[in-house]
Ligand binder design. Structure first.
Ligand code: GLU
Length: 438
């Protein structure tokens, strides 16, 4: 019940009060994102009057996903799709299946997509989805039913011109195929452009699977040049050896670097002489983890952060580099293949210690860049060859990185803040041009 004030009016919250689900608890990824936004606001000039836009997702959908399990029971999963911002175009961003998915995590991931898409200047807003589930515990049939029901539930807000999902942690080409099919069955026509990261035989793009790792390698190489770090002799440590870390590791090793340590959910391995990357990729494909790989020693998980390396690539989950380990990291350069792996407090420690951080919102933007190519190809039903795709990807990544590097130098800010400056200016400029409706 609202309290009556002395004037007899209801004491209702002012219209601009922050809803509880948007408040930073300074612990989760959303809190980290809000701190990153606060660091950019002083650099936004007149556009700062629109900055609150960045702190409020445009639309949040929470869905119940009930499915028949193979044993005859009915299980319910909680799913989300968050459209953070659509000022620059339709929402765009992946779908994650993971046992730790929460609404605030998906909100942060959707916001980082807005920033990322603007940073590389692809014509999208930001969105993200997820289901709290450990997909490894589902049979293939259960996984398909869950994916299809989730797609049906979010079908009211996604579409080729509205919001375009893609793969993320634990989702892949097959899951995108089921999503595309479900959406198409519901709308009555084959809509390849509703998701990206599809199988190539179903409107997918050549080069999409490797694109995030290739982007990590491209910006890493550019940055290395700026700081006089020779990739051909660099020692690299990678966390996560899947679609992002595995591909980046392969490209760095092909360029002469030694991949000396890899950590994933199964454990941590070390080989000072350099791991045999093709053999390790095969081992991960066969067993699901780097654990048990012959030709490497086992390292205690916590020791991973202290490995004596030149380049560290966190390519797994959020909040891995924190105040607990940032002071012990020996790398000269960190390339964020994952989304949100470094907390703002850890960022400060790293900057103080002169460790260069290539932030997620530019370093891992290669995936969504080739997603954009896929979407364009689907619309025109005209498909490009892989050389053209890779050449266009590298061009966009280099151009975006050069712009961000320049802003960082001019304003004497971190590359993260510089990327946020470039991206948030783009987002808020379109926000202002479009104006408020009504
Ligand atoms: N999930 C990827 C990311 O975090 C790709 C998103 C997309 O292609 O839409 O950037």
């Amino acid at each position: 019940m609202s309290q009556a004030t002395a004037e007899g009016e209801s004491a209702i919250a002012p219209a601009s009060a922050i809803p509880s689900y948007l408040q930073a608890d300074n612990l989760g990824p959303w809190g980290n994102y809000l701190q990153q936004v606060d660091r950019v606001i002083p650099h936004l000039g007149k556009l700062a009057r629109w900055a609150e836009t960045l702190k409020r997702p445009k639309r949040i959908l929470i869905v119940d996903v009930p499915i028949h399990m193979d044993d005859g029971t009915v299980a319910h999963f909680e799913g989300y799709r968050v459209q953070h911002n659509v000022s620059r175009g339709p929402g765009k961003g992946g779908v994650r299946f993971h046992q730790d998915v929460t609404l605030s995590e998906v909100m942060a991931l959707s916001a980082w997509m807005s920033v990322k898409n603007a940073a590389v200047n692809v014509p999208y807003g930001g969105a993200k989805g997820g289901i709290r589930v450990d997909p490894k515990k589902l049979s293939r049939g259960e996984l398909e039913r869950m994916t299809r029901r989730y797609t049906s539930e979010i079908g009211i807000i996604i579409g080729p011109n509205k919001d375009i999902p893609a793969p993320d942690v634990n989702t892949n080409e097959q899951i995108m195929a089921w999503m595309m099919d479900t959406y198409s069955m519901n709308t009555g026509s084959t809509a390849t452009g509703v998701v990206t990261g599809k199988p190539v035989d179903l409107g997918g793009s050549l080069g999409r699977r490797e694109a995030t790792g290739r982007g990590v390698f491209t910006v890493g190489t550019e940055a290395a040049r700026h700081i006089g770090l020779d990739i051909a002799t660099a020692r690299v440590a990678v966390q996560g050896f899947g679609n992002v870390g595995g591909v980046a590791g392969k490209l760095f090793s092909e360029a002469g670097a030694r991949i000396i340590a890899v950590q994933d959910h199964g454990g941590t391995i070390l080989c000072e002489a350099g791991l045999d990357v093709p053999a390790l990729l095969q081992h991960v494909a066969d067993t699901g983890s780097v654990a048990g790989f012959a030709g490497a020693e086992v390292l205690a998980d916590e020791k991973f952060w202290e490995v004596d390396c030149d380049i560290l690539i966190p390519a797994a989950l959020e909040q891995q580099i924190t105040t607990q380990n940032a002071g012990r990291i020996k790398a000269r350069m960190i390339i964020e293949g994952a989304n949100g792996p470094t907390t703002p407090a850890a960022d400060d420690i790293l900057q103080e210690r002169n460790v260069l951080v290539l932030p997620d919102v530019i370093a891992n933007a290669g995936g969504v860049t080739v997603s954009y190519f896929e979407w364009v190809q689907d619309f025109s039903s005209f498909f490009w060859d892989e050389d053209e795709i890779n050449a266009r990807l590298v061009k966009i990544m280099k151009m975006a990185f050069a712009g961000v590097w320049q802003v960082a130098q001019e304003k004497k800010v971190s590359l993260r803040t510089a990327t946020f400056i470039v991206a948030c200016q783009r987002i808020l400029h379109t926000r202002e041009l479009r104006g408020l409706y009504p």
